[in-house]
Design a protein around this ligand. Sequence first.
Ligand code: SF4
Length: 230
Amino acid sequence: MDFFDSLINDVYSALNDLPQKTYEHSVKDCWTDIGYNQVILQRDTAFQLSGTGFNLITTSDIRNQIIVIGDDLQNIRDDRPFARISLVQIDDENDEQSAYELIRKIEYVKYHYFPDGFMLRTSSRSHKEAVRVAKTAVRDGISFQKTGSLLIEGYMKIPSVKGVCVIYVTYPEIDYSAFEKLAEKNNRITETLNHIVNSVNFDCSTCNLKAVCDEVEGMKELHFKMNGMK
Ligand code: SF4
């Protein structure tokens, strides 16, 4: 599946020239997962990160690692914008219905990930993501390598997932709206894929997803194929 590859290239182009640190994923470095949604009150919060979080799926090779662009959790003092982008390599699914279901399954990983002192607030309808980091977690040495390793473990429980790179961005001088736009485009492509695998009747001239199909190579062909019209 390469429908999202151009978005992955856009992510790389947006970040390539910025200073970055790369960490290997390591099971032994995983931050503690407490197994339930923790509430961190304002008075117990060291800082809050607010921004965008999304996954980009590909069948190209992705190595298990964590990339940090900007300050790591130990060096942040105040609330600031951020982005979390997970590049996820999957097996090449022959059948598009299974590929769509796999994308949904990968999306749900963030709802089963409960790092101690790292309260994630997100919604299934939006790509907005906010994290409250507890003072105790900062004191105990939380870092993006540790939260990222835990998140990668969550993705890797899905048998078709072959590799994950989690990118955290906290760099102050960057246009965060660019990530929001990429996340919206990602949602539109996923929505179009959903329409294609579930819809029998189609008429491109009246379809509100035409803009996506015009832009993303292979989408229209896929719908034609699935309707036995090729
Ligand atoms: S191929 Fe046509 S009908 Fe199907 S999703 Fe794309 S624009 Fe819509």
